[in-house]
Design a protein around this ligand. Structure first.
Ligand code: EPU
Length: 342
């Protein structure tokens, strides 16, 4: 066994997952330098174990015992990299907290990421599901990332097209799952900033504050207040953010549903299909504010499942399945779960 990697056994994961599940890692390794990944790869015993990469733990539902090597990515550091006529390029290591990074870019006088304020999790996890909120997705400002390739042992650079970003999706959830470890992400932040207020809530909030020409910081402050009013703080109530993706359905199905439910929320997509509001569908099924076992549906936002205290992964799975089956039964729509079940 390599002595410079300090392998731990039976490590509690309660504080390392935002849903607050009292799981235990059979084996645990904290990575603070990229070079340790190469050591891990070269270690015959460790590299043969199934692996779970852990960032902020905010998109996970854990089982009681994780029979794997849990690898916590704690690479830190952020910097202004370079600039050209149009952009300033900033980079952050995978272990940095996303929200702190966003605030830091604003402190540097750089706008772009403000709509993504207060999203839990780490910088390294952000590209995996292409985090998004209030009309902006991470891919809008993404430039490239570096990743450690477990297959070859090399560090690779991947540009935007290589990452195949889509709504809450990327190649890291697919072909590169279990293969690439994101080390550092670089964003291109525009020198000429334009506010993005296509999401009603934010414009409304700024109007009530009489802010006519908002700065990136004003938008960030507004989004922090809006999120805090709708979404539970994982430090207080365990949760994994939106538990389901907003489903994208063909126009025929959406039209048929609107005919029966005129108040149904939907957003047309560029290809003519429609995104439905999963929170609305779940609320219509009567689940908002309800619970099953020790897992509840958040009373202010039905898309968020919460830990009512001591919930297990199995209980979360059970409620998620019940909700999916009710939504399928009532609307004929399949909800896709957003967090990963381990
Ligand atoms: N709605 C209901 N009932 C509910 C919740 C929502 O009727 O209980 C309706 C709302 O009235 C609104 C629509 O659904 O008309 C959309 O609701 P909201 O603006 O709260 O956003 P969302 O679609 O539920 C998405 C993201 C969030 C993101 C917000 C704001 C997904 C899966 N979720 O939620 O992302 O913060 O938009 O942009 O796309 C996350 O991914 O973890 C997350 C929190």
């Amino acid at each position: 066994m390599n002595r410079t990697l300090s392998l731990q056994k039976n490590v509690p994961l309660l504080a390392l997952n935002s849903f607050g599940i009292a799981a235990m890692a059979q084996f645990f390794l904290r990575i603070e330098r990229a070079g340790q990944l190469l050591q891990l790869r070269d270690d015959a015993t460790l590299s043969a174990m199934p692996r779970l990469l852990l960032g902020g733990g905010s998109n996970l539902v854990l089982s009681d015992t994780v029979n794997a090597l849990v690898v916590q990515l704690a690479l830190m550091g952020k910097r202004v990299n370079s600039e050209d006529e149009r952009y300033v390029y900033v980079s952050a290591a995978a272990g940095e907290k996303w929200h702190e990074f966003v605030l830091w870019t604003l402190q540097q006088g750089l706008g772009g990421l403000e709509n993504l304020s207060l999203i839990p999790g780490t910088v390294g996890a952000a590209p995996i599901q292409n985090i998004g909120a209030y009309g902006v997705e991470m891919q809008d400002y993404f430039h490239h990332l570096t990743a450690f390739d477990f297959q070859t042992g090399e560090t690779v650079t991947l540009d935007k097209s290589a990452c195949r970003f889509a709504y809450r999706d990327s190649i890291f959830k697919r072909e590169y799952k279990d293969r690439m470890v994101i080390l550092e992400v670089t964003f291109a932040l525009p020198k000429t900033w334009q506010v993005r207020l296509n999401y009603g809530d934010v414009a409304q909030f700024l109007a009530t504050k009489n802010i006519v020409q908002p700065s990136p910081k004003d938008v960030s402050d507004a989004i922090i207040v809006i999120r805090q009013s709708k979404l539970p703080d994982p430090a207080v109530i365990g949760n994994a953010g939106s538990f389901f993706k907003n489903p994208i359905v063909p126009a025929v199905l959406r039209d048929r549903l609107v005919a029966s439910y005129p108040s149904m929320v939907s957003y047309v997509q560029t290809d003519g299909s429609y995104k439905l509001a999963a929170g609305w569908l779940i609320e219509q099924c009567g689940w908002k504010g309800k619970s099953l076992g020790r897992v509840g549906v958040y009373p202010k936002q039905a898309l968020v499942l919460v830990n009512l205290g001591g919930a297990t992964g199995a209980e979360v799975r059970q409620l998620a399945q019940q909700i999916r089956s009710d939504v399928r039964g009532k609307f004929g729509v399949d909800l896709e779960v957003e967090p990963v079940f381990i």
